[in-house]
Design a protein around this ligand. Structure first.
Ligand code: ADP
Length: 423
């Protein structure tokens, strides 16, 4: 691989822009960071530059230079500052492609896709299915195209991995015309993460991915569970939107749709208020009345004795774990064998408390926790946390940026092979 084969990965939200300059074959980041609170007076960008030093014992160590710039205003100025920084650090010429995380690819995209004007139009059309996400992703694409005129830009879709789901998994029991004419079906999200941890788990158990069957639980601020059969997604808990499925940090997950009629007709909620309630004020935050952050709730559950604060924190965590365990158990219907359960995401990778509660509900599926392994496997460590005679439960730290970099890079290489005149 030549020295200019790094991929700049961009994940653009409505008021934030995450970036990472990554070596696609190893996943090593040279520089990454986050522009946040964009479009407000407190907008800022944090950069982390990883300087590799070789110590006396010839071991590689990473020194991090961190700095914050207070002058971005919007996504465009944030990208301009990123370009300035990459130029100053003499990294700008090392970039061979830009990889964009795009949330919704509908049924149109199941593979990494070079961003052309037609592709941008389709992503814009798909905004009706993902109004909170695709418009923000497009802002990032526009800003990057403006700043990196000569570089190929590739979209990696969060829904793509789930396009292998069979009809029986993605159809809702609604009039068929809503699917045919209005694209109402299950899409599934967090695809890049479920794909990555499945690949890593296959390597861990030393089995070709096409023979692997997993249930993968991505537990972060957003949470989803996916059944992976022979390396492909066959069902997932998130649906038409990321609101369906298990409860999350601030999202309710699945509830009786009748509650929405009750809120609107009897309690006079507007549709916008219902939307805010289900997406921003429910989940761990709504039930606990305290926080969407799992660490805060675990602390409150231990510290506050018999207080209301402690009771509601415990309740939120208990419902959370039960819902996830039920979702995992339900996906045994999608598989004929199971090599491992996988936990990933901030909670899945780090919370031994949550993992223990979930696994306690899964004894019928022959999961038996090893408490010592469960305690020690966190903070970037991977491995099995169950006993010898149990099914495997693997902790695998996710790395969506690496997938985006690797897939964008491979896609460009493939296009160049097909057409050597592509620059
Ligand atoms: P996002 O979906 O925004 O990427 P993350 O995957 O970073 O979110 O997950 C955030 C969640 O992970 C938060 O609820 C946070 O409390 C939880 N988390 C992170 N570290 C720990 C830890 N050591 N123990 C328990 N929960 C943790």
């Amino acid at each position: 691989m030549s020295d200019n084969s790094y991929v700049l990965v961009i994940n653009c939200g409505s008021s934030s822009l995450k970036f990472s300059l990554i070596a696609p074959l190893t996943g090593e980041a040279i520089i990454d960071g986050l522009a946040e609170r964009l479009m407000t007076d407190s907008a800022e960008i944090t950069f982390k530059h990883y300087l590799i030093t070789v110590s006396q014992e010839d071991t590689k160590e990473k020194e991090v230079e961190q700095f914050i710039l207070k002058t971005p205003f919007d996504h465009k100025t944030a990208i301009e500052q990123l370009v300035e920084t990459l130029t100053r650090k003499q990294l700008i010429d090392k970039i061979s492609a830009i990889g964009h995380r795009v949330v919704h690819g509908g049924e149109q995209y199941s593979q990494p896709t070079l961003i052309t004007p037609e592709v941008k139009n389709t992503i814009t059309e798909l905004s009706k299915l993902a109004p909170l996400h695709n418009p923000a992703n497009l802002i990032g694409i526009e800003a990057a195209q403006h700043a990196f005129i000569n570089l190929p830009q590739v979209a990696i879709f969060d829904t793509a991995f789930h396009q292998t789901m069979p009809e029986k998994a993605y159809m809702y029991a609604l009039p068929y015309s809503l699917y045919q004419q209005n694209s109402v079906r299950k899409y599934g999200f967090h695809g890049t993460s479920h794909y990555f941890v499945s690949q890593m788990a296959a390597k861990k158990i030393n089995k070709p991915i096409v023979q692997c069957n997993f249930i993968s639980a991505h537990l972060g601020n957003g949470c989803s569970v996916t059944a992976v059969k022979n390396g492909e997604s066959v069902d997932s808990s998130m649906g038409f939107t990321p609101l369906e499925g298990v409860m999350m940090g601030t999202r309710s997950g699945s509830i009786d749709p009748g509650i929405i009629f009750y809120l609107v007709e009897q309690l006079n909620y507007t549709l916008d208020e219902v939307n805010q309630l289900l997406n921003k004020k429910s989940g761990l935050l709504g039930l606990s009345q305290l926080s969407n952050d799992c660490r805060t709730l675990e602390q409150a559950a231990i510290e506050s004795g018999d207080s209301d604060k402690s009771r509601l924190a415990k309740l939120a965590l208990t419902v959370f774990c039960y819902q996830i365990a039920k979702s995992i158990a339900s996906f045994s219907a999608s598989l004929t064998s199971l090599d491992a359960l996988i936990f990933t995401g901030g909670i899945g990778e780090n919370s031994s408390f949550i993992r223990e509660q979930i696994i306690t509900h899964l004894s019928l599926l022959n999961f038996q926790l090893d408490p010592t392994l469960n305690q020690s496997t966190k903070l970037g460590k991977s491995g099995n946390i169950c006993c010898d005679n149990s099914r495997l439960c693997l902790i695998i730290p996710t790395n969506e940026e690496w997938v985006i970099a690797e897939q964008a890079f491979s896609h460009i290489q493939q296009l160049k092979q097909e057409n050597p005149y592509v620059s």
